[in-house]
Design a protein around this ligand. Structure first.
Ligand code: 4HQ
Length: 235
């Protein structure tokens, strides 16, 4: 599952430049029975299967013994704290991460109680397994490593870097089927363009994700603009 996504684009580049090393481990390699069983029926009954604690314990120990460095153990699950850009900026400070990907209906609670440092969810929906969630986390982190994304500016200008949505972007042609690019962007007046963009970020965030504004770090000028935009929209 990991092969394709890890061999493309940002993650590929990060690995080639030796900024990132990804090691994949199959939990079945940490079993001892003939069928290499990683799941079992739940105590107390009920539908579905539960990931066993022992293979996960052995896998984590194996990795920890191998790297002999500080490592943060993360479980991907819908019960976790939501993985946001803010969490990404925290996680990128870590030297090593173990991302545990579960299948079936979940993992034995003792994994959370004794083996995991942090439980993360990539969003409120149910995936078939933690693998795609782990890939999402790896991708978001890889592009934060200095030197991986060519232009450092693009990280700072990212949507969410400042907790706001992006401003609208356009490229050539200046007119297509009568649909015009805003005149200001073609004016060459960089001060005015900058102001227009900052106001558009506020407007878009207010309209689509007002929840983000509570946390966004705004300058006093931006707070003033935001009030103006609020008034304008009420009319
Ligand atoms: N799953 N964010 C169930 C997720 C998920 C999510 C992973 C499905 C774990 C057992 N993981 N397995 N959302 O839905 O991270």
């Amino acid at each position: 599952m990991f092969k394709g996504p890890f061999e493309e684009s940002t993650i590929k580049r990060a690995q080639e430049k030796d900024f990132l090393k990804i090691h994949l481990h199959n939990l079945r390699d940490f079993t001892t029975d003939r069928h290499r069983t990683v799941d079992d029926t739940p105590f107390g009954g009920g539908a579905g299967m539960v990931m066993k604690v022992e293979p996960i314990y052995k896998a984590i120990n194996h990795i920890k013994e191998e790297i002999k460095e500080k490592v943060k153990v993360i479980l991907l699950s819908p019960q976790g704290k939501t993985f946001t850009q803010e969490v990404a900026f925290e996680l990128i400070k870590e030297k090593n991460l173990i991302l545990i990907c579960g299948r079936y209906e979940g993992v034995d609670e003792r994994v959370r109680e004794h083996l995991v440092d942090e439980e993360l969810s990539i969003g409120d929906y149910v995936l078939s397994g933690g693998e795609i969630a782990a890939m999402v986390v790896v991708d978001a982190l890889a592009r934060l490593i200095p030197g991986v994304v060519g232009d450092e500016r693009s990280i700072k200008e990212d949507s969410f870097y400042r907790g706001l949505l992006d401003y609208p972007q356009y490229t050539r042609p200046a007119e297509f089927k009568g649909w015009k690019v805003p005149e200001i962007l073609r004016s060459g007046n960089h001060r005015k363009i900058e102001t227009w963009r900052r106001k558009k970020m506020l407007e878009k965030t207010l309209l689509r994700r007002p929840d983000l504004l509570k946390k966004a770090k705004l300058t006093s000028e931006e707070k003033k603009w935001l009030e103006e935009i609020r008034k304008k929209l009420k009319k």
